[in-house]
Design a protein around this ligand. Structure first.
Ligand code: 3HC
Ligand code: NAI
Length: 687
């Protein structure tokens, strides 16, 4: 009997699929059935349980029960794997009596990335087949492995190059003919052959220091240990209890939200448009960002021409790309051959006319309106018709840049983040006249670069830098009112950021934003609060790590921040000048103020239509700004806390300082009993 799973796009094991499999195994009891082959239609064997069902009331039959029923079946059940047999999908395969896979197939347990563990017998069956060491690596690292590796580990029984289903049927026929007893993973003891090694692997895994906010790895270790210590049925019960705890945890809710939000971000109004073909690219400006972007484009197989202002700066830009390649080779991320090939695809010039053949250009020159407008005017002249003209500007108006050209439909913002090789985010900024296929091209390019794209509208700072400005404003107000930089940083690290805002500022350098503030000084709204602490630090020559002093001081050659009494003096002088009586802030208030300022700004960004949906703001903060992924992003965190609590806190603080005035959207949400996630669901239905 052949059972075909058919639930596009990834054959997730939703309730209907589980019921179908359940019924199929029931039907296999028919005496006419000799064996069952389970395979999948489309691009993959099931890539897991249906993540959207977690957190909802469970529907029968449960996946663990289904796996047990498959294993208990008294007819031979063969799984035929292709694509990515992951999580629950791989657990179904492990419950079958024999597994055969296409050589190109990948298998694994990515559950840990969702803050959970394999919950359909995977933690009990896998170690029985391959031992503790390899099972732990698979489940704790969450990285898929290819079929031949899985076969070497004893997790699958055969690998074929083609004709998977035919081969699976042949194999089933042969095994039935042989008449050997069925090989049930739950009864297998191969993985227990070396119990001392097994226990050592458990001890070694326990000894690794892990993030206390992420409980899944620890529970995986417990379950794999239980596989050795408990009878199979009890082990399954142990795994179930751990799975249920983890599914209910804040970390898993946040990580699941992050996973689904990243996919949802691709659902844009322009999704129907066909992206333009991009083979040749130009990058104008070979500084920090331009060099990073050029390196990423080369890595994705494009031909790249770098344009700099003069020969000296061109040599420096090419040198930066060389350095990035050097680092990638040293870290084993790039082979020497690949580096050679990439270098062959790179050209450099000081003349924009050299971009005549390019399908796309990304402008990354110094953040200066007149300079960028000049570059766009020239690009309009030299680029071929149909080329995409993109800017990496952080704050400037993309509509203004589009207007200086005769082809505003071809102009788009492609906002990368620093360091480009490490940050996964690209904001695709759609200006008023940007053509749908140009937005779609931005998304397609981001995917090709292995990055996650989020659509943003035009405003000062788009989504990410606006959120960052609000976060920094909240933190700066805290400093001015009495907190120390180290207290703010510690509170935000406690919240889950790897670094607090002042550590980040010292690392990035204080001089660039100082220059920007001076440039914008005339256009600043005098009614808005202006915290001048950063200006005072810069005036004192404290530009951050690079000058050995910023919000902290740094010993010669060290990057370790030390609290500096000179900073305390500067803070105190500022407070006195403004007549502020300093007060102490606890950790909870610090992080609430920083988080709620972001949520408030997010609500304004949504109301203005700059972001399509709240989860896009979450993705920006997770992929571009180091917001702790397990919290799901600021909008998700606000939903969890309750919009009423956020609004009331803001309202209380606004009595003293208008910066905190709640966005009208928050009031409307409370009135209508809505959460940010309701908007995510509505947007999903629209697209
Ligand atoms: N449940 C529900 N939807 C899923 C899904 C899942 N497990 N996996 C993928 N999807 C959806 C995505 O949301 C996306 O939806 P969209 O078309 O509406 O945007 C669509 O399938 C395609 O996904 P991708 O864009 O990610 O496609 P790729 O080809 O880039 O990647 C993949 C395919 C490698 C399978 C990737 O989707 C993936 O890693 N999926 C998650 C795998 C996973 O985590 N499995 C474990 C689930 S938990 C589990 O099984 C618990 C069990 O132990 C009890
Ligand atoms: P940078 O100062 O490191 O590099 C700018 C480069 O542009 C310099 O190498 C300069 O020689 C070159 N340049 C100036 N005029 C030119 C011209 N007419 N033709 C060709 N090249 C010219 O600056 P950085 O940091 O790389 O920023 C570039 C752009 O990226 C800016 O718009 C900035 O706002 C944006 N950005 C910066 C980020 C960051 O973290 N530094 C993050 C995201 C965007």
């Amino acid at each position: 009997m052949i059972v075909t799973i058919d639930n596009p796009p990834v054959n997730a094991l939703g309730a209907e699929v589980r019921q179908g499999l359940w019924d199929a195994i029931g039907a296999a009891e028919d005496p006419g059935v000799k064996a069952v082959v389970i395979h999948a239609a489309g691009r993959t064997f099931p890539a897991g349980a249906d993540i959207r069902e977690f957190g909802k009331p469970p529907a029968d039959p449960w996946l663990p029960d289904l796996c047990n029923r498959i294993e208990a079946c008294d007819k031979l059940v063969v799984a035929a794997l292709h694509g990515t047999a992951l999580g629950g999908g791989f657990e179904v395969a492990l419950a079958c009596h024999t597994r055969i896979a296409l050589a190109s197939a990948k298998v694994g347990f990515p559950e840990v990335n969702l803050g959970i563990l394999p919950g359909a017998g995977g933690t009990q069956r896998a170690p029985r087949l391959c031992g503790a060491q390899e099972a732990l690596t698979l489940m704790i690292e969450g990285k898929p492995i290819d079929a031949p590796t899985a076969m070497a580990m004893g997790l699958i029984d055969g690998v074929v190059e083609e004709d998977l289903l035919e081969q699976a049927i042949l194999l089933a026929g042969m095994l039935v003919e042989e008449g050997k007893p069925l090989r049930r993973s739950g009864e297998c003891r191969d993985g227990f052959r070396d119990p001392i090694g097994y226990e050592a692997a458990i001890r070694a895994a326990r000894a690794v220091k892990r993030d206390p906010n992420l409980p899944a790895p620890g529970r995986i270790i417990d379950c794999v240990e239980a596989a050795l210590l408990l009878p199979f049925e009890n082990g399954l019960g142990y795994e179930r209890a751990a799975f249920e705890d983890l599914v209910a945890s804040e970390a898993s809710a946040g990580l699941r939200h992050a996973f689904l939000s990243e996919r949802r971000a691709g659902h844009i109004p322009e999704a129907h448009a066909t992206p333009r073909e991009i083979a040749q690219a130009g990058v104008v400006g070979g500084g920090l960002m331009g060099a990073g972007i050029a390196t990423a484009l080369l890595g994705a197989g494009l031909h790249v021409t770098l344009v700099e202002a003069d020969r000296e700066r061109l040599a420096a830009g090419l040198g930066r790309i060389d350095d990035l390649h050097e680092r990638a080779v040293k870290r084993g991320r790039l082979s020497a051959d690949a580096r050679e090939a990439e270098w062959d695809r790179l050209g450099g010039t000081t003349d924009l006319a050299g971009l005549g053949a390019a399908d796309l250009v990304i402008e990354a020159v110094t953040e200066d309106e007149a300079l960028k407008a000049g570059v766009f005017r020239d690009l309009d002249r030299v680029m071929k018709p149909g080329a995409v003209l993109a800017t990496n500007t952080s704050y400037l108006d993309v509509d203004d840049l589009a207007r200086v050209t005769d082809r505003p439909a071809d102009v788009v913002g492609l906002h990368f983040f620093s360091p480009v090789q490490a940050m996964r985010l690209v904001e695709v900024v759609a200006a008023a006249k940007t053509a749908p296929e140009v937005v779609a091209t931005g998304f397609a390019l981001a995917k090709r670069l292995g990055k996650v794209a989020v659509r943003a509208g035009v405003c000062d700072g788009f989504i990410g830098n606006r959120m960052l400005t609000a976060y920094r404003m909240a933190a700066d107000i805290l400093l001015e009112e009495g907190a120390a930089p180290a207290e703010v940083d510690a509170a935000m690290r406690d919240f889950g950021f790897a670094m607090g805002p002042y550590q980040v500022a010292d690392m990035a350098g204080l001089d660039i934003s100082w220059a920007r503030r001076k440039r914008l000084a005339d256009s600043r709204d005098p009614a808005q609060r202006y915290v001048a602490i950063a200006d005072r630090l810069c005036e004192a020559g404290r530009f951050g790590q690079k000058t050995g002093a910023g919000y902290y001081r740094y010993a010669e050659g060290s990057r370790t921040p030390e609290e500096d009494p000179a900073v305390a003096d500067i803070l105190q002088a500022e407070r006195s000048a403004r007549g502020i009586e300093p007060r102490r802030f606890g950790k909870v208030e610090i992080r609430q103020r920083c988080l709620f300022a972001m949520v408030n700004e997010g609500a304004k960004i949504l109301a203005e239509g700059i972001a399509l949906r709240p989860s896009d703001i979450d993705v920006v903060m997770l992929a571009g700004y180091g917001f702790p992924r397990w919290r799901g992003g600021p909008m998700k965190a606000a939903d969890r806390l309750g919009i009423l609590q956020v609004r009331n806190a803001l309202r209380g603080w606004a009595a003293d300082e208008p910066f905190w005035t709640p966005a009208p959207m928050l009031n409307d949400m409370i009135k209508n009993g809505r959460h940010f996630d309701d908007m995510n669901a509505e947007e999903a239905q629209k697209s």
